[in-house]
Write a protein that binds this ligand. Structure first.
Ligand SMILES: Nc1nc2cc3nc(NCCc4ccc(CCO)cc4)[nH]c3cc2c(=O)[nH]1
Length: 374
């Protein structure tokens, strides 16, 4: 079912966990949702048909990477990102602020925007809030993120305050630049680091802008999990309950469970794909580092009960061999296994909220992880 507009429906809550859906013209996103990261127009080592089959309703693209290569205007000339990469569901694009800080030779950041050198060819680029929204429009993004400044933690409170206030001003400029695009959405991003008062000021400031959704940014940047969770407990009660909440860059399966319990609806993280390519497998019984010698002659699959061929049909011995040999198929199979596991976890979370037994699901899941992979 799709709609000509962007519509979030909160269907049920169970303690702090929320069951919902985001209806958009290109499809419906079942929440709590995990969004696979397709940074440069591909979810690495996956066919997008497989990504869809794992249960993903939406994927992420990235302004920073796509503006550098193949270029935003080129993507527009080619019919937009959905047509180019052959994904007909919703796409959320990050605004590029975080990637500039973490990837490029940053040259300057001021009121106007960020000036940086491309990590691809060293060319100089300037990105303003307005240009970030323009690029996301050229890509054809369904959910566009404001340009913001994300500060790595730990950081001085006054530095966190400066970046939070700049991000608020940029949110307003992005809101104006985005204008009124029925069927699309622009989300603001709450900043404020590990400072509760700044988190509250950021959330209150964004609420004045009548946004369709709110991301919690500035986390998963090196802080301990308890600090991240504490910032959710501070921030989420301030945000409107009838709008989706998106925790950026998070996280491990344990992060997902604990953040859903505090009221997060949407997640993205490179963890399942990046760590899969490096030999880390996520399963119902916890993590398996397939590089470890103990798997070299283990002909069992990762999970004989899984519906995913990568988990059910391939032996650990073979996966061990492929990863140790740095064969492409190793990263392909573990990415497939991991994305399928993440989507199975989100499906289990949604079903448990529907049935009013999220607390039991939470406890059972953590028990199974604790047993470890036999
Ligand atoms: N615009 C914007 N985007 C963000 C992206 C983020 N991504 C993160 N964390 C990602 C952390 C992360 C990085 C790598 C891996 C793979 C390990 O194998 C897992 C998690 N935090 C983030 C914060 C922001 C933010 O405030 N604003």
């Amino acid at each position: 079912m799709s709609t000509e507009n962007f519509q979030f429906t909160l269907k049920k809550t169970d303690a702090g966990a929320r069951l919902g859906e985001v209806s958009m013209p290109r499809g419906t996103i079942r929440t709590p949702a995990f969004m696979p990261v397709g940074t440069v127009g591909t979810v690495k080592a996956m066919y997008l048909d497989q990504v869809k089959d794992t249960g993903a309703d939406i994927i992420l693209g990235n302004t920073y990477h796509l503006m550098l290569r193949p270029g935003a205007e080129r993507v527009a000339r080619l019919g937009g990102l959905h047509k180019l990469i052959r994904w007909d569901g919703p796409i959320l694009t990050d605004s590029g602020g975080f990637q500039v800080m973490s990837l490029s030779g940053l040259r300057k950041l001021d009121e106007k925007g960020v000036t940086f050198k491309s990590h691809v060819d060293g060319s100089l680029h300037h990105m303003s809030p307005e240009r970030s929204i323009e690029i996301q429009g050229l890509l054809g993004s369904d959910i566009q993120m404001q340009l913001d400044e994300c500060v790595a933690l730990p950081a001085e409170p006054q530095e966190i305050e400066r970046a939070m206030e700049l991000s608020l001003r940029w949110a307003e400029r992005c809101r104006v630049a985005f204008g009124d695009q029925p069927g699309k959405a622009m989300f603001g991003i709450v900043q404020g680091g590990d400072q509760p008062a700044l988190r509250i000021r950021s959330a209150e400031g964004l609420k004045q802008l009548d946004l369709k959704g709110y991301a919690v940014g500035g986390l998963a940047v090196g802080e301990p999990q308890d600090v991240m969770l504490s910032m959710l407990e501070t921030t989420l009660p301030v945000l409107p309950t009838e709008k989706p909440r998106y925790l950026m860059g998070v996280g491990t399966p344990d992060d997902l469970l604990k953040s859903v319990a505090r009221g997060i609806d949407m997640f993205d993280c490179v963890m399942p794909t990046r760590s899969g390519r490096h030999g880390l497998a996520f399963t119902r019984r916890g993590r398996v580092n397939i590089r470890n010698a103990r798997h070299a002659e283990d002909m069992r699959p990762l999970d004989e009960e899984s519906n995913c061929p990568a988990a059910r049909d391939y032996s650990r011995a073979y996966l061990h061999h492929l990863i140790r040999s740095d064969e492409a198929l190793g990263g392909m199979l573990l990415s497939w296994n991991n994305l399928n596991y993440y989507q199975d976890l989100m499906k289990g979370i949604r079903q448990s909220i529907e049935e009013g037994r999220f607390a039991d699901f939470y406890a059972e899941t953590q028990e199974n992880w604790a047993k470890g992979d036999i």
